[in-house]
Design a binder for this molecule. Sequence first.
Ligand SMILES: Nc1nc2c(c(=O)[nH]1)N[C@H]1C(S)=C(S)[C@@H](COP(=O)(O)O)O[C@H]1N2
Ligand SMILES: [Mo]
Length: 160
Amino acid sequence: MSLDDWEFTVRTETGVRYQWNWQELMALPSETPTVDIHCVTKWSKFGTRWQGVSLDVLLANVESGAEYALVRSYGDYTTNLPVEDLLDGKAWIVHRFDDEELPAEHGGPARLLVPHLYFWKSAKWVRGIQLLDEEELGFWETVGYHEYGDPWREQRYRGD
Ligand SMILES: Nc1nc2c(c(=O)[nH]1)N[C@H]1C(S)=C(S)[C@@H](COP(=O)(O)O)O[C@H]1N2
Ligand SMILES: [Mo]
Protein backbone atom coordinates (compact mmCIF):
# COMPACT_ATOMS: atom_id res chain seq x y z
CA MET A 1 0.00 0.00 0.00
CA SER A 2 1.05 3.59 -0.55
CA LEU A 3 2.62 5.26 2.45
CA ASP A 4 0.53 8.36 1.65
CA ASP A 5 -2.60 6.38 2.46
CA TRP A 6 -1.19 4.61 5.50
CA GLU A 7 -2.74 5.45 8.85
CA PHE A 8 -2.54 3.98 12.32
CA THR A 9 -5.52 4.54 14.59
CA VAL A 10 -6.01 3.93 18.29
CA ARG A 11 -9.67 4.03 19.25
CA THR A 12 -10.52 4.08 22.95
CA GLU A 13 -13.34 2.35 24.77
CA THR A 14 -15.24 5.66 24.73
CA GLY A 15 -14.78 6.13 20.98
CA VAL A 16 -12.01 8.75 21.00
CA ARG A 17 -9.63 8.31 18.07
CA TYR A 18 -5.90 9.01 17.94
CA GLN A 19 -4.29 8.80 14.51
CA TRP A 20 -0.80 8.86 13.04
CA ASN A 21 0.11 9.06 9.38
CA TRP A 22 3.39 7.65 8.09
CA GLN A 23 5.36 10.88 8.55
CA GLU A 24 4.05 11.25 12.09
CA LEU A 25 5.06 7.68 12.91
CA MET A 26 8.53 8.26 11.47
CA ALA A 27 8.92 11.42 13.55
CA LEU A 28 8.48 9.50 16.81
CA PRO A 29 11.47 8.10 18.68
CA SER A 30 12.15 4.54 17.61
CA GLU A 31 13.88 1.57 19.20
CA THR A 32 15.81 -1.35 17.73
CA PRO A 33 14.73 -4.47 19.60
CA THR A 34 16.58 -7.75 19.00
CA VAL A 35 14.19 -10.48 20.06
CA ASP A 36 13.32 -14.17 19.77
CA ILE A 37 10.00 -14.98 18.09
CA HIS A 38 7.90 -18.12 18.49
CA CYS A 39 5.46 -19.44 15.94
CA VAL A 40 2.62 -21.56 17.23
CA THR A 41 3.50 -24.40 14.82
CA LYS A 42 6.70 -24.93 16.85
CA TRP A 43 9.40 -22.97 15.04
CA SER A 44 11.28 -20.22 16.82
CA LYS A 45 13.66 -17.68 15.36
CA PHE A 46 16.33 -16.25 17.61
CA GLY A 47 17.86 -12.82 17.60
CA THR A 48 15.63 -11.13 15.02
CA ARG A 49 16.44 -7.43 14.58
CA TRP A 50 13.70 -4.84 14.13
CA GLN A 51 13.17 -1.11 14.29
CA GLY A 52 9.98 0.59 15.33
CA VAL A 53 8.02 2.74 17.74
CA SER A 54 7.22 1.39 21.19
CA LEU A 55 3.55 1.16 22.09
CA ASP A 56 4.56 2.98 25.28
CA VAL A 57 5.18 6.02 23.07
CA LEU A 58 2.01 5.62 21.01
CA LEU A 59 -0.24 5.07 24.03
CA ALA A 60 1.45 7.63 26.32
CA ASN A 61 -1.14 10.36 25.77
CA VAL A 62 -4.10 8.12 25.09
CA GLU A 63 -6.67 8.48 27.83
CA SER A 64 -8.02 5.06 28.53
CA GLY A 65 -8.66 2.67 31.37
CA ALA A 66 -9.33 -0.26 29.06
CA GLU A 67 -7.85 -3.66 29.84
CA TYR A 68 -8.24 -5.32 26.45
CA ALA A 69 -7.06 -4.59 22.95
CA LEU A 70 -8.19 -5.82 19.55
CA VAL A 71 -5.52 -5.20 16.92
CA ARG A 72 -6.72 -4.72 13.34
CA SER A 73 -4.81 -5.12 10.10
CA TYR A 74 -5.32 -3.79 6.62
CA GLY A 75 -7.13 -6.71 5.05
CA ASP A 76 -9.29 -7.57 8.08
CA TYR A 77 -7.01 -9.79 10.18
CA THR A 78 -7.55 -9.21 13.88
CA THR A 79 -5.93 -10.48 17.06
CA ASN A 80 -6.58 -9.74 20.72
CA LEU A 81 -4.38 -9.26 23.76
CA PRO A 82 -4.49 -7.51 27.13
CA VAL A 83 -3.42 -3.85 27.06
CA GLU A 84 -0.73 -4.56 29.67
CA ASP A 85 1.02 -6.83 27.14
CA LEU A 86 1.41 -3.81 24.84
CA LEU A 87 3.09 -1.69 27.54
CA ASP A 88 6.39 -1.55 29.46
CA GLY A 89 8.73 -2.20 26.56
CA LYS A 90 6.98 -5.36 25.38
CA ALA A 91 5.49 -4.29 22.00
CA TRP A 92 6.34 -2.13 19.02
CA ILE A 93 4.94 -0.99 15.69
CA VAL A 94 7.92 -2.03 13.58
CA HIS A 95 8.73 -0.82 10.08
CA ARG A 96 12.25 -2.19 9.56
CA PHE A 97 13.69 -5.69 9.76
CA ASP A 98 17.43 -6.48 9.52
CA ASP A 99 18.27 -2.86 8.59
CA GLU A 100 15.86 -2.90 5.63
CA GLU A 101 12.33 -1.64 5.10
CA LEU A 102 9.91 -4.30 6.29
CA PRO A 103 8.92 -6.30 3.17
CA ALA A 104 5.19 -6.48 2.40
CA GLU A 105 5.15 -10.27 2.80
CA HIS A 106 6.29 -9.83 6.40
CA GLY A 107 3.77 -7.11 7.16
CA GLY A 108 5.20 -3.94 5.66
CA PRO A 109 4.81 -1.05 5.72
CA ALA A 110 4.37 -1.77 9.45
CA ARG A 111 3.37 -4.58 11.76
CA LEU A 112 2.86 -5.14 15.44
CA LEU A 113 5.74 -6.93 17.15
CA VAL A 114 4.88 -8.53 20.47
CA PRO A 115 7.57 -11.19 20.81
CA HIS A 116 6.67 -12.53 24.27
CA LEU A 117 3.43 -13.97 22.85
CA TYR A 118 3.01 -16.44 19.99
CA PHE A 119 3.74 -14.78 16.68
CA TRP A 120 0.16 -14.85 15.40
CA LYS A 121 -0.40 -11.93 17.83
CA SER A 122 2.14 -9.86 15.84
CA ALA A 123 -0.36 -8.56 13.29
CA LYS A 124 1.14 -7.80 9.88
CA TRP A 125 -0.03 -4.73 7.91
CA VAL A 126 -1.25 -3.21 11.17
CA ARG A 127 -3.94 -0.55 10.85
CA GLY A 128 -4.98 0.16 14.40
CA ILE A 129 -5.85 -0.88 17.91
CA GLN A 130 -9.28 -0.84 19.47
CA LEU A 131 -9.20 -0.50 23.25
CA LEU A 132 -12.01 -2.38 25.00
CA ASP A 133 -13.48 -2.85 28.47
CA GLU A 134 -14.45 -6.42 27.60
CA GLU A 135 -12.32 -8.92 25.73
CA GLU A 136 -13.13 -9.44 22.05
CA LEU A 137 -11.48 -12.35 20.28
CA GLY A 138 -9.52 -11.98 17.07
CA PHE A 139 -9.34 -14.12 13.93
CA TRP A 140 -7.41 -17.16 15.21
CA GLU A 141 -8.70 -16.83 18.75
CA THR A 142 -12.28 -17.08 17.45
CA VAL A 143 -11.56 -20.41 15.73
CA GLY A 144 -9.95 -22.03 18.77
CA TYR A 145 -6.49 -20.60 19.32
CA HIS A 146 -5.62 -19.51 22.82
CA GLU A 147 -6.91 -16.10 23.86
CA TYR A 148 -3.54 -15.20 25.46
CA GLY A 149 -0.89 -17.36 23.72
CA ASP A 150 2.10 -17.55 26.07
CA PRO A 151 4.76 -19.67 24.30
CA TRP A 152 6.45 -20.57 27.62
CA ARG A 153 3.20 -22.15 28.80
CA GLU A 154 2.55 -23.55 25.30
CA GLN A 155 -0.85 -21.87 25.19
CA ARG A 156 -1.66 -22.85 21.62
CA TYR A 157 -5.34 -23.72 21.80
CA ARG A 158 -8.17 -22.61 24.04
CA GLY A 159 -7.87 -24.49 27.32
CA ASP A 160 -4.11 -25.13 27.04
N1 LIG B 1 -2.43 -9.46 9.03
C1 LIG B 1 -1.96 -10.67 9.35
N2 LIG B 1 -1.03 -10.74 10.32
C2 LIG B 1 -0.53 -11.95 10.67
C3 LIG B 1 -0.99 -13.13 10.06
C4 LIG B 1 -1.96 -13.01 9.03
O1 LIG B 1 -2.41 -14.00 8.43
N3 LIG B 1 -2.42 -11.76 8.70
N4 LIG B 1 -0.47 -14.34 10.44
C5 LIG B 1 0.15 -14.42 11.77
C6 LIG B 1 0.91 -15.64 11.95
S1 LIG B 1 0.02 -17.05 12.22
C7 LIG B 1 2.28 -15.65 11.95
S2 LIG B 1 3.18 -17.06 12.34
C8 LIG B 1 3.06 -14.45 11.58
C9 LIG B 1 3.96 -14.73 10.38
O2 LIG B 1 4.77 -13.63 10.14
P1 LIG B 1 5.83 -13.70 8.97
O3 LIG B 1 5.05 -13.90 7.68
O4 LIG B 1 6.56 -12.42 8.99
O5 LIG B 1 6.71 -14.87 9.25
O6 LIG B 1 2.24 -13.34 11.27
C10 LIG B 1 1.06 -13.22 12.04
N5 LIG B 1 0.42 -11.99 11.66
MO1 LIG C 1 1.64 -18.75 12.76
